[in-house]
Ligand binder design. Sequence first.
Ligand SMILES: Nc1ncnc2c1ncn2[C@@H]1O[C@H](COP(=O)(O)OP(=O)(O)OP(=O)(O)O)[C@@H](O)[C@H]1O
Ligand SMILES: O=P(O)(O)OC[C@@]1(O)O[C@H](CO)[C@@H](O)[C@@H]1O
Length: 319
Amino acid sequence: MSKKILTVTLNPAIDYTVIVPGFAVDSVNRAESGRRDPGGKGINVATALSRGGFDVAVTGFLGKENALIFRDHFTKNSLEDHFVYVEGSTREGIKIADPEGEITTDINFPGFMIEKKQIDELLDKFGKLASGFHSVILSGSLPPGVPDSFYGDLAKIAREAGCFVALDTSRMALKAAVETGAINLIKPNIDELAEIYEEIRQATDRPRAVDALSLKLLEKVDMIALSLGEEGSRLYGRGYTIDASAPAIKVKSTVGAGDTFLAGFAGALASGLEKGDALKQAASWAASKLTMYGSGLSEVQPPASFLDKIKIKIEQRGA
Ligand SMILES: Nc1ncnc2c1ncn2[C@@H]1O[C@H](COP(=O)(O)OP(=O)(O)OP(=O)(O)O)[C@@H](O)[C@H]1O
Ligand SMILES: O=P(O)(O)OC[C@@]1(O)O[C@H](CO)[C@@H](O)[C@@H]1O
């Protein structure tokens, strides 16, 4: 467990979760309760990893005006803070959790405008930090002002420093980073692939098209951990595919399920687990998150109770 992990969140968010049983659009809804959690994908990943016993640091951009909620969170969860603090406020996002329909509705805002000098400051900080870490996890959307090429730039620095690099983002930021060849692991879902790859959008047989695309992407990345919601997940690697089932659970909120999944997987790999066991650990962490509201993940417990409910199927492909 001594291997240090750094997560990068360029566009954090304070998640305002509103619990609305039976939520319906185009009607008056009554909220049962609400809560605010410091979130953003990389911060969620970091929190879950720290809860799992890892030594974790966080970086990215944070707004000065509402930083207190994040600073408290970092202290409570033993996250080493290397954020670049920028003028203004970190965005808030709205998450409507409907425990009856087991449906979550996300409304995410674009975030603060980042200037060139702040990008340079982060690059400088990241360059000095990276060699101290076993793994770097790059997560979430890019705020306005940050170019699509930025994750690729960070990945190249991290790889040169000897780190394992995982990426969970979408749109052109994902496509551009994959093209650099500097990413070890990506964690897309099918919608994210469909958004950027025409062959998935146009496919009449989507699972088959995803298989074909994944094999092609393996020329650029080492692993693709495709998350499939309640259908589980599939890991593509060079020469193998591993499927993990998802346990049947009553879902309170899906916000952060993908982040907990990535934390479980990257953490397990850093601990030296085999890929199949790592995928099982990831699914088990995600399941544990789904049984609670809110994000931030500071309530997530190491989820041993789900491990024996997850089935793994390993298929070797010819070289
Ligand atoms: N309804 C569910 N029941 C059981 N497990 C689930 C369910 N939804 C998600 N999971 C688990 O969580 C993992 C990640 O979920 P999902 O595929 O929704 O990620 P995601 O699309 O990145 O989500 P998000 O961006 O909202 O965090 C899945 O691979 C699966 O293991
Ligand atoms: O706008 P992004 O960066 O894609 O996603 C942001 C976000 O939805 O991701 C986390 C859940 O994964 C939340 O804490 C946060 O609000």
